[in-house]
Design a protein around this ligand. Sequence first.
Ligand code: FPP
Length: 245
Amino acid sequence: MSQPIASPVLAPAPPRHVAIIMDGNGRWAKARGLPRNLGHRQGVDAVREVVRTCRRLGIEYLTLYAFSSENWKRPESEVNGLMELLRLYIRRELDELARNDVCIRMIGDRSRLAPDIVELITEAEAKTQNNHTLTLVIALSYGGQDEIVEACRRLAEQVAAGKLSPQDITTTSFANHLQTAGIPDPDMIIRTSGEQRLSNFLIWQSAYSELIFVDKLWPDFSSQDLAAAVEEFQRRERRYGGSGE
Ligand code: FPP
């Protein structure tokens, strides 16, 4: 009697889209008696490492929550320090990112950003628009509620102009009016620092995201931590409201 052929056990797929709430820079600095902006500066090193690791792990989209619409409430010196870090990051890394087939996109409210930052980002987006290995989405001056309200406003304008019937608004057409149009929803959202909330980050897109909370402060987050989060994701059963049968 012939033996049944053993079917190969397929490893669960890695997440296509990882989104990260990079929390804990301030506490990292405070624990060392340093100003908060040095914590953010150290956080940029973690950004660099995570971008490289995403490419290595075959992750196609990485969204980083760099600055929320609520972060404008922070002291001016901290806001300026964060904006300066973003300028430096784009200026210093753009060539390497472009060479490594990384596509850069920004989501958030550009009208509140300094004109030179908008210009830098627009240039980075244009220079990398045909790259595909990894899409790096930078959420800057971003708020999920604002994004949803803006999508509603645009749909309401189309209805008012007689170009759209309310019955034709669907979850798909709605999602196409968000700033993340064309980007798959995040499979996994990581938040560092032990806090367990979304803080207005991708609140529409996270409907079925796996949430992973890591007890490390963002500057201490390493490629090993990202790999461990991906393994945790691969152990989870995603049912999307179904029974899993
Ligand atoms: C939250 O920590 C972190 C931020 C508000 C900024 C994150 C920005 C960076 C890591 C650098 C710039 C980003 C890029 C993409 C180059 P927190 O300050 O709220 O920390 P705390 O909760 O300990 O005070």
